[in-house]
Design a binder for this molecule. Structure first.
Ligand code: UD1
Ligand code: CA
Length: 478
């Protein structure tokens, strides 16, 4: 399985200045994965003998992320000499006597796929040259290095944007920053490269001119589509690349049978799973490890993070994190499901309801205007409109337990810890401070008292007093 003649070097040491961000460039996420994670996945799919990641800027943060994303990569520290050439040189030192093909990719080219790299490796091996460059035809090549060819079409060198002549700036064949090198040729060429350029850096791109001048064969293979090798240097490009990847992910789900009404406003992370015949409505964001089963309808205007939605469930205008919504359940509109919410089969969490760390049993309903936290509800119970679980005593959180087939009245407060037994009822407006045994009715209301004539006596002359007077006159038959 392992390709013993293949090493992959991922460049991630640059400072990413143009991102203007405290977060290292290669850790900016697209589709829920840091950019470098996409690159490392593509690299892993090629089964190289060695994978090296070159780091320097924000080293520890980048290393921690890389180690979380993948196993078996070697970290190489770039020294104070700057530039992509120096980055590859330190990787070559770490590679020791490895003498196969070295693929160099940048951590900021997240759409590059394994197939594209595999094709270039094949081309490189067939030609047995010193280097094969992946190039891209870009209508606005501003910022990219340009591939300079001679009259016969052979590659001569790569010139960086800042070092290019007007004539060279007109070239639209750009260097994608992905290459396959013969290790020995690369090592010889890098030793000869200096830092005499606009940025005073050691450019990897300068090895090409050294190689062609020495008579070694260098190929440039144009990528099938320029976006495959698009690099991210600023946040404009970050959003463009994210949109492109999202479009591909959405399309993939559609081709698998998921109904997605509006790809432009549907954002789906790479790890999300959706079964055929689920239906995703506009304005929906599916993040992390969210999983949606067949027949579920999600959206519009819904954000789910690491949330499971069962078959046939409906989730409308909802924000949910680390929640489980079982089959045939309904959620929304305007529901807020916080971590640890589990809604049982055919259950309901309705409008303006917030839940947290609560297990709501099969067929149980919290239909309106409630906060339910740290609560267990049995099966087939109904929680009245406007219910609050008072779960926090100012120091600790406590649980509320509601049994099965319970009917609680509107505008209740459950002061936790408290338990309401199976089949119990509570009256409207009850503040439940003591456990309610099974089958009891709980009331905490003082008897209602009406004081006759209060408004006319205490608010004389007001519109209310006049309205009351008219009503009383009618009652008295005047
Ligand atoms: C580079 C290429 C350019 C190409 C473009 C494609 C060079 C000199 N230029 O330019 O020809 O068109 O990519 O996207 O190679 N890095 C290090 N160490 C460093 C500097 C950079 O590891 O000292 C890493 C960065 O983290 C990044 C990658 O190398 O992942 C590319 O660096 P960047 O500064 O983005 O190069 P570009 O200006 O885009
Ligand atoms: Ca770049």
């Amino acid at each position: 399985m392992t390709d013993s003649r293949l090493a992959i070097v991922v460049l991630a040491a640059g400072s990413g200045t143009r991102m203007k961000s405290a977060l290292p460039k290669v850790l900016h996420p697209i589709a829920g994965v840091p950019m470098i994670g996409h690159v490392l996945s593509a690299a892993a799919a090629l089964h190289p003998a060695r994978t090296l990641v070159v780091v320097r800027h924000e080293r520890d943060t980048v290393v921690a992320a890389v180690e979380e994303l993948t196993e078996g990569v070697e970290i190489v520290d770039q020294d104070e000499v700057s530039g992509t050439g120096r980055a590859v040189e330190v990787a070559l030192e770490a590679l020791g006597d490895f003498d196969g093909d070295v693929v160099v990719v940048s951590g900021d080219v997240p759409l590059l796929d394994a197939q594209t790299i595999a094709d270039v490796i094949d081309r490189h091996r067939a030609a047995s040259g010193a280097a094969t460059i992946v190039s891209a035809d870009i209508t606005d090549p501003s910022g990219y290095g340009r591939v300079v060819r001679d009259e016969s079409g052979s590659v001569v060198r790569i010139v960086e944007h800042n070092d290019a002549s007007d004539h060279e700036l007109a070239i639209t064949e750009t260097n994608s920053g992905t290459y396959v090198f013969d290790a020995a040729h690369l090592s010889t060429a890098l030793a000869a490269v200096g830092t005499h350029n606009a940025q005073g850096e050691k450019y990897l791109t300068d090895v090409i001119e050294f190689m062609t001048a020495a008579g070694s064969a260098v190929l440039a293979v144009t990528a099938a589509e320029p976006w495959i090798v698009a690099g991210v240097n600023d946040k404009v490009q970050l959003s463009e690349v994210a949109a492109r990847l999202n479009a591909m992910i959405v399309r993939g789900h559609q081709l698998n049978g998921v109904t997605i009404d509006d790809p432009a406003t549907t954002w789906i992370d790479r790890a999300v799973t959706i079964e055929a015949d689920a239906h995703i409505l506009p304005g929906t964001f599916l993040h992390g490890a969210t999983a949606i089963a067949s027949g579920a309808v999600v959206g519009p205007d819904t954000t789910l993070r690491d949330t499971e939605v069962g078959a046939g469930a409906t989730v409308t205008r909802t924000d949910a994190t680390l929640a489980v919504i079982e089959a045939e359940a309904t959620v929304g509109p305007f529901s807020f499901l916080r971590p640890g919410t589990v809604l049982g089969r055919s259950g309901k969490i309705g409008a303006f309801v917030e839940t947290k760390n609560s297990q709501i049993g099969e067929g149980s309903k919290i239909p309106h205007l409630s906060y339910v936290g740290d609560t267990t509800v049995g099966v087939q119970s109904n929680i009245g409109a406007g219910t609050i679980t008072a779960n926090y005593d100012g120091v600790k959180k406590h649980r509320t337990e509601v049994g099965s087939h319970v009917r609680t009245g509107s505008h209740n407060v459950f002061v936790a810890p408290v338990r309401i037994g199976d089949g119990a009822y509570t009256a409207a407006g009850t503040t439940v401070r003591k456990d309610v045994p099974a089958g009891n009715l709980s009331l905490s209301l003082a008897p209602q008292k009406n004081i006759a004539g209060w408004v006319e006596n205490n608010r004389p002359g007001t519109a209310a007093a006049q309205a009351a007077e008219r009503a009383n006159d009618l009652d008295n038959g005047e």
